[in-house]
Design a binder for this molecule. Structure first.
Ligand SMILES: Cc1cc2nc3c(=O)[nH]c(=O)nc-3n(C[C@H](O)[C@H](O)[C@H](O)COP(=O)(O)OP(=O)(O)OC[C@H]3O[C@@H](n4cnc5c(N)ncnc54)[C@H](O)[C@@H]3O)c2cc1C
Ligand code: SF4
Length: 505
């Protein structure tokens, strides 16, 4: 039996707004969906991430069938190649249609396995900016565009938080400065809504345990949504219970609390269960109704139409060389404790253990604890990127590479951020409650029990002194370093070297 068109839907494209689906004719098309075990083994993905993808796919296939689509679904297929060949033998499609893949090179890979059958691509449905939006901000091909400038353009484009004169609501484009409060003594995290596994998710859990036994994390304590319906409930939970508080404590960190007031919506936005614009419009509605303060709503919208879109554009502009950038020549092996959480550094111990448990931690934990450590310890950029890509439920190449290589490791020479996000224990102590009960002394840098973040921070600056001396935004920091004695510098270098030799323990 011959179909005219096969619409291939991959695991991160589970939306009825999928543009390939919208371009297809129900009567003459067949949907192809494949659970590829070899793709799931491409890197050691956290088990919870695999459960999310496969369960969302199975639920979406069932939704498509209920909407009258013909669906050819391959459970636990050894590879894409294997399933596609079986599909072609069975359905003899005249053409393939799929929505643009989010990963560089993936469209070419899919095209290489469809036996030369003609194919067409449709644009991605879950981004609001175009490459023209981004390019027009570059005065020359090599110039740099700041996220702030791009964000303003996106505010005008989406008409979010504008007053009648097309000026920013409240008079400022960004309220970032109001969004950096420390946690305070008794900061309580608001629990995120949990979604117990239904029958489909339970069978996917068994399948993941069977096929990916050596992957990190476990499948216990399942909390995530796997359908659009539940993802919307998750969003509602955030808007109702955490949005208003999201802003002020966006940068705060509390022991044992990976979520705090963050939305925990990236797992769903990244597989298209939720659309970024619908979330931002709902956040704005809450502000207009007086249910959430402006600084929180603007902060959330900035993350979604500012950072998320900016990161997507940087990825497509700079790949494929970007993923291999290593401007600071960071080549230390990733310490073993990144996989086990077994370290007496209390901040890292908590960040890694909660990541192992939930495949999630909020942005500042990723950037200022895990990422900051990798940066100042000089951990190898590819190994670090690989760790983040393995461990996070929302991890995809397009978002991981610019966040890790650019924002976190400053390995792109300053395209994403003009200044490295390097910090000592001072910052961590101010923004968290980690340090109080830590085995290390957060006040010192050169003693045996000194906080490794202090030693490695200064060692990082010493190692890169010439480079950072040219960076105007680091003037004060480098002047401080210049005032230190030779003896003190030697002590720092010596202790940093001991830390490296001992695997940073
Ligand atoms: C080292 C590192 C690795 C990261 N890896 C990922 C990743 O694999 N996948 C991922 O989606 N995000 C990643 N981020 C960005 C950010 O940390 C997550 O998007 C955010 O923590 C997701 O949690 P949330 O939904 O609770 O976000 P919230 O804090 O509630 O923010 C709302 C939304 O804004 C968007 N957003 C916020 N910051 C960013 C950003 N820097 N880049 C892109 N989108 C952003 C996300 O869609 C997020 O859901 C990474 C950041 C760092 C520093
Ligand atoms: S003292 Fe250092 S290692 Fe310990 S929690 Fe604070 S920053 Fe982390």
């Amino acid at each position: 039996m011959s179909n005219t068109t096969t619409v291939w839907i991959t695991g991160d494209q589970c939306s009825l707004n999928n543009t390939a689906l919208m371009a297809a004719d129900k009567k003459t098309s067949c949907i192809l969906m494949v659970e590829s075990i070899s793709r799931g083994n491409q890197i050691r993905y956290h088990k919870k991430k695999l459960v999310l993808i496969y369960s969302a796919m199975r639920h979406f296939a069932s939704l498509l069938r209920s909407e009258g689509w013909k669906v050819d679904y391959y459970e636990e297929s050894p590879s894409f190649e294997d399933a596609v060949q079986r599909h072609i033998n069975l359905h003899s499609p005249e053409r393939f249609l799929w929505m643009q893949q989010s990963e560089f090179g993936a469209d070419r890979r899919l095209a290489s396995i469809i036996d030369g059958i003609p194919h067409e691509l449709t644009p991605h449905c879950n981004f609001l900016s175009s490459s023209e939006d981004f390019e027009e901000l570059h005065s020359t091909p090599d110039s740099r565009v700041t996220m702030d400038r791009f964000y303003r353009q996106m505010r005008l484009k989406t008409k979010l938080l504008l007053n009648v004169n097309k000026q920013p609501e409240g008079g400022a484009w960004s309220y970032d400065k109001e969004n950096r409060e420390p946690p305070g003594k008794n900061m309580q995290a608001r629990p995120v809504r949990k979604f117990p596994p239904d029958e489909i998710t339970q069978s996917v859990i068994k399948m993941v345990e069977h096929n990916f036994p050596d992957h990190p994390g476990d499948t216990n304590n399942w909390i995530y949504a796997v359908t659009r319906e539940d993802a919307l409930l998750s969003a509602e939970d955030f808007f109702e219970n955490r949005l208003d508080e999201f802003g002020p404590h966006q940068d705060a960190m509390v022991y044992g609390e990976p979520f705090l007031n963050h939305s925990v919506l990236s797992p769903y936005i990244n597989i298209c269960l939720l659309h970024p614009l619908e979330l931002c419009q709902e956040a704005e509605r809450r502000y207009r109704r007086g249910q959430a303060r402006l600084s929180s709503v603007e902060g959330f919208i900035r993350q979604v139409i500012g950072w998320r879109e900016f990161i997507w554009r940087v990825y497509w502009r700079m790949m494929p060389e970007y993923a291999r950038r290593n401007e600071l020549e960071a080549r230390e092996n990733l310490p073993e404790f990144f996989w086990t959480g077994d370290t007496s550094m209390r901040c890292l111990n908590d960040a890694i253990n909660t990541t192992i448990k939930y495949a999630y931690s909020h942005h500042i934990i990723r950037l200022m604890i895990l990422g900051n450590f990798a940066l100042i310890a000089g951990l190898d950029t590819l190994q670090t990127n690989n760790w983040f890509a393995s461990m996070y439920i929302d991890g995809y190449d397009w978002v991981m590479v610019p966040n890790v290589i650019g924002m976190t490791l400053h390995a792109d020479g300053g395209y994403v951020g003009t200044k490295p996000y390097a910090a000592s224990a001072n910052y961590i102590k101010k923004m968290s409650n980690y340090c109080k009960q830590c085995a290390f002394n957060s006040q010192t840098s050169t003693e045996n029990d000194s906080c490794p973040f202090n030693t490695l921070y200064w060692d990082f600056l010493i190692r890169n002194e010439d480079r950072f001396a040219r960076n105007a935004r680091m003037f004060m920091t480098m002047r401080n370093l210049a005032s230190k004695s030779d003896q003190w510098r030697n002590d720092i270098t010596e202790r940093a070297s001991q830390l490296r030799k001992s695997g940073f323990q």
